[in-house]
Ligand binder design. Sequence first.
Ligand code: T1G
Length: 714
Amino acid sequence: MPDLVRYDITDGVAVITIDNPPVNALSPAVWTAIDEAVARAGADAAAQAIVLIGAGTTFIAGADIKVFDTLKTSADSMSRSGGTHALLRRLEDSPKPLIAAIHGNALGGGLEVAQACHFRVAVKDARVGQPEVLLGIIPGAGGTQRLPRLCGAKLAIEMCTDGKAVAAPKALEAGIVDAIVPGDLLQGAIEFAKSKAASGQIRKARDIALTADQVKAGVDACAAARQTLTKTAKGAKAPFAVVDAIEAGLASGFDRGSVRERELFADCVVSTESKALRHLFFAEREVAKVPGISKDTPTKEIRRAAVIGAGTMGGGIAMTYANAGIPVLLKDVDDAALQRGLATIRRNYEVTMSKGKMTAEQVEKTMALITPTTTYDGLDQVDIVVEAVFENMDLKKATFAELGKVARPDCVLASNSSTLDIDEFARASGRPAQVIGHHFFSPANVMKLLEIVRGRETSPEVIATSLKLAKRLGKVGVVVGNCFGFVANRMLAYYMREAYLLLEEGASVEQIDRVLTEFGLPVGPYGMQDIAGIDVGARIRMYLKSIGKTRAEGPQSAIPDRLFEMGRYGQKTGAGWYKYDAPGSRNRTPDPLIEQLADEEAAKRGITRHPIADDEIVARITTALANEGARVLEEGYATRAGDIDIVYVYGFGFPRHSGGPMFYADTVGLPTILARVQEYRARFGDYWEVAPLLERLVAEGRGFYSDSASVGAA
Ligand code: T1G
């Protein structure tokens, strides 16, 4: 077992190197080893000062997140954190100058260890942060007490509530870091340490006294932060807890503030919110591990790209490539269509510029990477083509047949289809190994998810290339199987079926959207359809009808097709499920016409519309998602339940603090989910069919993730 912490004397300085790859996470053994090494240095006559440094690419990226699952109760956490706080005091009480030498990341517990050191030096591209709220917890090792004393309450609150890392130069300016080391970090840190030893300087963050004005300003900043969080926290609790901990320290001093921090941390770490966010942290890393694809699978370098179709999706995809610095050809059938597409792209960049996120020069530079064309010339020079034409099988097959002729043999041929059979495109292209689905989510230049659909003959190289490319495009790539609607839209069909039926049974469009946005979704099903376009869904339904299929078993509401026939496509036509001030406007008002349509369709199905409880809406929708998710899993179209959660969190904004539809189902408890499916089957019809996997897991007393039937269960 390699040493987790190494101890050396260099030039009269004790150098303590933390070596716990890949990110030097603070497992209990690492904590103990640091404690022992600093104590050893304190007693070592050969050491006049101490430097703490990380091996590999980074300082310490925080506590080992996996350890938190061992904390079953707040009491467990309180007893554990007492030891941690005492350990950090011992570091701070080192009789010799203790310097943290930071490269890569000093995050969470890593930055808290550094704050307990007397001084911090860093290389200029290092980053420091307290990202704990992103895991549904708060800094639990003194960060809510020491950081405000080092950089002031305002920045400390900002760092601890948004969880974003700060670059070293800004940290220097703010007083978190004491020096930027220009050359070799270790050498620079040793020199710095010796200078502190020579001057006998020791500085304990916990002893930094705050003036009455600083305390007042800090308490005011806490009040202001709470106000902001009521709008931005979207139901998350940890950001509020971190403000409480900081305020406690400001108002009652370091020691009592530390106790308050430990109490708040203890409540957070056992919360479902934190379990959900920790689950997503690891799930997001697991998605990259795809059966049959290893780190050694060769990948193709993507230097140039092409997008076929300059519509809403095609334009967004071209922007995504240009934003990543990849030159992209944008093809459409004629110049008019191209100019419309380019105008939308330019408008989008101008909005970004107006928010101060891009300069005019950057806009021009990025736009210059997008080359419009109406021919296939030049497509033999690109490494990937993304087809984003209308969601019509014949049109897509014709496009792939053409690509099979003009593109280079090693070119990746990707389709942005959101539902259609990738293997049909592959056959049409004549080179199935190169064909893959790259399903972007609208707006493609914003949404982080890339659903990567492997066809029957897609090569491992093309899949590995797609995963690597997804990261480069700033996307989270999830590899799924090629069934109708893949994972995202296949499950969405059940979500929408229930949304339509709940409307016909008596709920209103506004109620359903309100309940689901209160649940944490960014927009409800009806608002989402009005943004995406009712016509898009209608055309897919028409295609399905032509091949004798429906998207989800059970009664199909006629209302969306009636809206389509009326030309009500949503925001773009000024009316859809809601009325809008004008075509393209986002200002919506309820439209009594929808209630009238619901009354008519309900009457046709012999239903008496009645009030529907908010809970019923959440239960029906989330149960439909979980049940269909179980089917997707057992049929092998998703590798893990976690992949489904990542698809929904990044594709549809499913609330992170719920962990995604599968994790949420575990939180509710699979026995309850099963009972609901059985109840709905009895109430509504046989189209509610229990997924065999769901039945089996309940019978075995397991969840989708846990060996116990519900995440909440101890
Ligand atoms: N604990 C356990 N495993 C971790 C980890 C951690 N803190 N950080 C990373 N890993 C694993 C990760 O799962 C992956 O594993 C591998 O390391 C590489 O990570 C007391 C309570 C540092 C920016 O929130 O943000 O401290 O998949 O793929 O893209 O108050 O990792 O290879 O098996 O992400 O280069 C606070 C979490 C903890 C930072 C590097 N710290 N980490 O990104 O690599 S709570 C964090 C990151 C805490 C204290 C509190 C990123 C990174 P595998 P990776 P990367």
